[in-house]
Design a protein around this ligand. Sequence first.
Ligand code: GAL
Length: 415
Amino acid sequence: MKKLVGIVLLSVLSFTMIFAQSGQVEIFSWWTGGGEEEALLATIQDFNELYPNIQVINATVAGGAGTNAKAVLKTRMLGGNPPDTFQVHAGWELTDTYVLPGLMEPLTNYLKSWGVYDKFPEGLIDIVSYQGEVYSIPLTVHRSNVVFYNKKLFNEIGLTKEPETWNEFINALEKAKAAGYTPLAMGDKNKWEAGQIAENLMVAEFGAVNYNKLFNGELSFNDKRLDNALEKMVQLMNYVNVDHAALEWQDASRLLYEDKAVFNLMGDWAEGYFKTLGWIPGEDFGWFELPGTQAVFVLISDTFGLPKNAPNRENALILLEYLASTRAQSLFNPIKGSIPARMDADPGDDPYLIQTAEDFKTLIISPSIVHGSAAPEAFVTSFNDAINNLVTTKNVKQAKQMILWAAEDVNLLTD
Ligand code: GAL
């Protein structure tokens, strides 16, 4: 009886607490496109079921990978007008751009008091930390070294097995070309899309361990394997759609859905996008790692932090606690095509997500350049410029030189 009264009292108490919360909270991101928006809106709706009196301001700036959002965010942060919380990639993008200049609040004690500090993989906690303090809460784990393909076209052009080597991949692209399809859908309107292909080719050439050494300052960029990666990039350009520079990533992925293109090397937010279009993973589309990167998980993690002087700080903390919960992580990620950052959240039941969750536990992790994890922003911008220059001019020597200069500028090894 006592126990029952206790439970009733507790429920009344938490009910009153939840309804006592009111006001606003602003969450800032670039999740406006297919797959991304759906995941975000579903999560906001779920948050509002828990906290009906907190009005969520969903501030978004369109443009994949934060092409436009990042500049707007920086202006707001530097101008003393921060959102209550914002999307930021784990790694340099968080620490170098926002933590070092003293713009963020540490969250370690909150994570501990919410009982979730040890629910995230140590490696992930490391890259959202600076000098022992955690500065943001990882929501997603995305993988970018994945080639998605249209299963119907794959079969139609006579392919029977997923390519495992570079030559097999090129042969498959040749077959698609001969059949009159776009072999490799690309949309590099925002530059990073081409940069992302190139960084994956670098991972394939160097291998995860050496690729990681480039960014730890243990290996020089002035390495023949960089030339090889850039040459392969040029080779791939023989297989992309002619209008690639006019398309964004969703437009390119959509070419698969429209039966116009066979392959698409894209981060697995494309998996979320295909699902929102109504495609079924494993039935309508398949996937394999870019040949040469089978042992690697190229990682991108979207995280949310607490800026100093957040206008609705208390509500921001409520939202952050929610984003750190298994409830939010299990809801958001399967729609988005990512797996939860929390180890005890449910990755969902589609075959892509199940495999990815397994791979995340077992493979070597390499950080993405273009999504801000591996290197400072200055390097990311110059790297993207170098690759876009390469795509246009096919001049490997020049692109390599541009990358060497970029590395030198941020004190990475070049000789
Ligand atoms: C990445 C981000 C992903 C996805 C993608 C395309 O930078 O981490 O969550 O949004 O851009 O927009």
